[in-house]
Design a protein around this ligand. Structure first.
Ligand SMILES: [Ca+2]
Ligand SMILES: [Ca+2]
Ligand SMILES: [Ca+2]
Ligand SMILES: [Ca+2]
Length: 444
């Protein structure tokens, strides 16, 4: 079999987006391609294993977005957009392929109703991530080629963190400013051995650089990392989930020969990943939660989880009858269907407010969506207007068109004051307060 970079074509683009980055593998069997391949062939049957269901989290489920949230389209156009992620200021980064060639792949920032273009060149700019300081990292390929550079944006300054002619994949950035990404070593089974890099703001070091195909790293604010260690020597391939903390690496997945990937870690060291469970000809996409050293089944029907520090989880489910994914969230332990409409969508990221970025994948015109908080004029969303809310109004009140007049960089933002910008015009002024007063009905 010939090593293939799954960066082109329908499935390649989809999985690049679904798993938040490109991935390296061979044939059509890796980096989550298990999903479309088996889904597309129509022979995936969801197992209903009693033992699994008993272990599942979340008893109630609702077929609507959670109360207090609404879904909007961040983009709605004929170009392909994907690779989105969201920070705690509600800023969304995504990439857009403008027209038919990835040479016009560019990085964009959406903030509170405005969209800014960050890159403008003849190279392929893809897979961005943003932290709460507005620092943005992404991958760049020369021309429309595969990614070979890691770029870093910080208030107008762009620098290159890494260059590897064999290839790099999309980076992730923590609120510390520290970043991680995978680099191809072009060695090992099928020539796809890969190492994991960690950049600490000054330089980068290899966390692991031999003995496997280490891909899709995620980092939290304590420099703890998780990633997938693929073993492409056997057919079908196998994988483990690895965890890094204090210069120690350990395997945290079970010894069962499953295909697992797409791990994520929050600051509470709660980790989730996908496992493909096989029983005869049937497969189940199972989400495993690893918390305090214990593995449990989070749900026996789900993929591509992201979690915040409150334990909320965004994830996606494949609907066999409709042939589409739909987006879900577990918010404070309750499951909600974010996208009840018959749209093909999946989740890509979640922030501490429970806001979730979505991909509406109507290839090749895919759009980015956002499930955001509905603005009521309340600052803390606990259902009343008290001193805590009043303090926030005092702190946030600025003046008409405040951000329009004072923004010096695309990443300047209202941040958490955005919730008091009730009319979404990038200020918190007396018009917002008037709208809030008219709408406000205190709970008894
Ligand atoms: Ca470009
Ligand atoms: Ca589009
Ligand atoms: Ca309140
Ligand atoms: Ca306003």
């Amino acid at each position: 079999m010939i090593p293939t970079r799954l960066t082109q074509g329908r499935w390649g683009s989809r999985w690049q987006t679904m798993y938040g980055e490109d991935c390296w593998g061979f044939a059509a069997s890796v980096c989550g391609v298990h999903g479309p391949r088996w889904h597309a062939s129509g022979n995936l049957a969801r197992l209903v294993a009693t033992a699994v269901l008993l272990a599942s989290h979340g008893s109630a489920a609702f077929a609507d977005p959670p109360p207090g949230f609404e879904v909007i389209r961040v983009t709605s156009d004929s170009d392909y957009e994907g690779g989105s992620s969201v920070n705690n200021c509600g800023q969304v980064v995504f990439d857009r392929r403008m027209g038919a060639t990835w040479a016009f792949g560019e990085v964009f920032v959406y903030d509170n109703g405005r969209t800014f273009r960050l890159t403008n060149n003849m190279d392929r700019d893809v897979g961005p991530d943003i932290n709460d300081s507005g620092q943005i990292v992404w991958a760049r390929g020369v021309g429309s080629g595969g990614a070979s550079m890691i770029l870093h944006y910080d208030h107008g300054d762009v620098k290159m963190l890494a260059q590897n002619a064999d290839g790099v994949l999309s980076p992730k950035i923590a609120n510390t400013g520290h970043c991680t990404w995978p680099e191809l070593l072009a060695d090992g089974c099928h020539g796809v051995d890969t190492r994991i890099l960690l950049w600490d703001g000054f330089g980068s070091q290899a966390i692991i650089d031999a003995g496997g195909s280490h891909q899709s790293p995620r980092i939290n604010d304590a420099d703890q990392l998780v990633w997938t260690d693929y073993d492409f020597c056997p057919d079908p391939w196998l994988s483990d989930i690895l965890y890094y903390e204090d210069e120690e690496i350990r395997i945290i997945s079970s010894e069962d020969p499953f295909q697992r990937q797409a791990a994520t870690v929050n600051d509470e060291r709660q980790i989730l990943w996908d496992e493909l469970w096989k029983d005869g000809e049937d497969f189940t996409d199972t989400l495993i939660l690893y918390d305090s050293g214990v593995r449990t089944v989070f749900t026996d029907w789900g993929e591509i989880a992201r979690n915040n520090n409150h334990g909320d989880v965004s994830f996606s489910r494949w609907y066999e009858d409709d042939g589409i994914y739909r987006s879900w969230i577990s918010l404070q332990g309750t499951f909600y269907l974010i996208t009840p409409d018959p749209d093909y969508s999946y989740t890509t990221d979640i922030n501490e407010y429970g806001e979730v970025t979505l991909a509406f994948d109507d290839y090749p015109t895919a759009d980015v969506g956002l499930m955001r908080r509905i603005r009521t004029g309340e600052a803390d969303f606990d259902g009343d207007f008290d001193l805590a809310d009043h303090r926030e109004w005092t702190r946030c009140l600025d003046g008409p068109e405040f951000l329009e007049r004072n923004r010096t960089d695309p990443t300047d933002t209202l941040c958490d004051c955005r919730f008091l910008d009730v009319d979404h015009d990038n200020d918190v002024d007396l018009r917002d307060f008037a709208r809030f007063q008219n709408a406000f009905a205190p709970s008894q």
